[in-house]
Design a protein around this ligand. Structure first.
Ligand SMILES: [Zn+2]
Ligand SMILES: [Zn+2]
Length: 140
């Protein structure tokens, strides 16, 4: 694995450098991710101290425990982050992330028909997920 991973938004105003990350993709089909991501959101984790961001970023809080960040110029999704948690970065920003395996889908039973993903990775239902994690009562 190379020492850093470099990514950028569509317009290039925001660039992100990672010095550490977990090369595994999770996908989420909850209502918030469906809406924000055009049908679903995918992400991979990096610890906060390993993330360097250059450029102006806007943040939106769809819940009281997490932020979603995007480029104010081109609107590209950058990350989702629980307060004080790891960054969950958008794989599309990083060329190398195209080779990361999909290891999990959450809210799998809420997926829009077109967004059902192939593979034999674990598929976690809304009920399973919400029994173990913070969530909002707005899905469906
Ligand atoms: Zn941009
Ligand atoms: Zn979600």
């Amino acid at each position: 694995m190379s020492a850093t991973l470099e990514g950028r938004c569509l317009c290039g105003d925001v660039s992100i450098t990672l010095s550490d990350w977990t090369p595994e993709i999770s996908a989420c089909h909850c209502r918030l991710c469906r809406c924000a991501g055009g049908g679903l959101m995918a992400g991979f984790d990096a610890p906060a101290e390993a993330v360097t961001v250059r450029g102006e970023v806007r943040r939106f809080r769809a819940t009281d425990f997490a932020e979603r960040a995007f480029c104010p110029r081109c609107g590209t999704n950058l990350w989702l982050r629980d307060d004080d948690g790891d960054y969950e970065l958008s794989p599309g920003l990083f060329e190398a992330a195209g080779r990361f395996p999909l290891i999990r889908e959450v809210y799998a039973d809420c997926a829009q028909r077109f967004a059902r993903l192939a593979g034999d990775h674990p598929r976690i239902s809304r009920a399973e997920y919400e029994s173990h994690h913070k969530h909002v009562e707005t899905d469906r």
